[in-house]
Design a protein around this ligand. Sequence first.
Ligand code: TRP
Length: 422
Amino acid sequence: MTDMRVSGQDYKAGCPPVDGEMLEDHGAAPEDGDDQVDPWSVSSSSAKGVDYDKLIVRFGSSKIDQELVDRIARVTGKTPHRFLRRGVFFSHRDMHQILDAFEKQKSFYLYTGRGPSSEAMHVGHLIPFIFTKWLQDVFDVPLVIQMTDDEKYLWKDLSLDECHRYAVENARDIIACGFDVNKTFIFSDLDYMGASPAFYRNVVKVQKHVTFNQVKGIFGFTDSDCIGKISFPAIQAAPSFSSSFPQIFGERTDVQCLIPCAIDQDPYFRMTRDVAPRIGYPKPALLHSTFFPALQGAQTKMSASEANSSIFLTDSAKQIKNKINKHAFSGGKDTVEEHRKCGGNPDMDVSFMYLSFFLEDDDQLEKIRQDYSSGALLTGELKKCLIETLQPMIAAHQERRRLVTDEIVQQFMSPRKLHFNC
Ligand code: TRP
């Protein structure tokens, strides 16, 4: 949706918005040649993908540096997830605060979400959920997952029934990632907004404290966007506050929230963090991930609407093999002779990038990087390695999904008490 670019103009440093309010975590205005990153589109002109260090500066977030990764290891007593070791989650807001409190036995909760725009989920969609599952395990905290079927109805040409059905079908894939039913609440906005007065009250509070001018600045809305879109950010903000879930947190309005998400969702939470203190709530902390590249190259992210750019969670072993062999952009040389002589470029190679997301063994990954760079490993061999990593992973996902019955989905999606030790 190209008319949805983040203009950011109102929040340019030294240039306060017209109504005089300034976001504390503001992003600077994008300049010519900058990568485009907003909730509706992501693109870069570089085959290596988005320049994430620049994005941290532009968005005003903080880098997840080695010190923070070591601290997470110390506090949890667990080896950091490969997504932390390899910089897949690369940026944060207030993670040290979460850890400070956790060390003093003060708990928190996790919030993430998914916009269910189709039945087809791809491997890139799993990244935040795989990581959130790890966070839930190592910190032993409750988790809420928002399925924004309302958002997809407002933005896409889909009926309410279709969006709601996709929310439930996608929830099945999310459950298949292994979440603990005693600690996880998955909700469809279309269902929960009407069923929970506490949730709706928080939506209204946020709506009262954000002006049209502000959402225009943050999201690039225009006068011709429907009012549903304009007020939607308040609905994505509300789960960041523990009082939206009295069945989980009782009377507590002060349980802090940690949101793992892809960095394109940050505009929603810059807004949320700006509003939070003004309505008496703690600001949510954030962990941001990079994007999962399209098969054709890291200039764009994997997209379910482009079948050839994606490996779907429903693909067969054969389809996975064919797609990778046919479409995965290679950083190798044109001929074997040249490749042997000069070596390939792993930083532009989509198969290598995917392996860095999914291959668990650090030493094996490093050896692949070296052998590919030296020319000892050919593109076909690298692709074979990726195929052999993804095939069993996706087959295992399909098997776990098969076991997620309607009753199990129902259980996850019913508002209820969760295990929570504050
Ligand atoms: N807007 C997100 C999407 O389209 C869905 C979402 C809602 C979300 N709440 C979230 C994602 C919190 C990450 C964290 O996919």
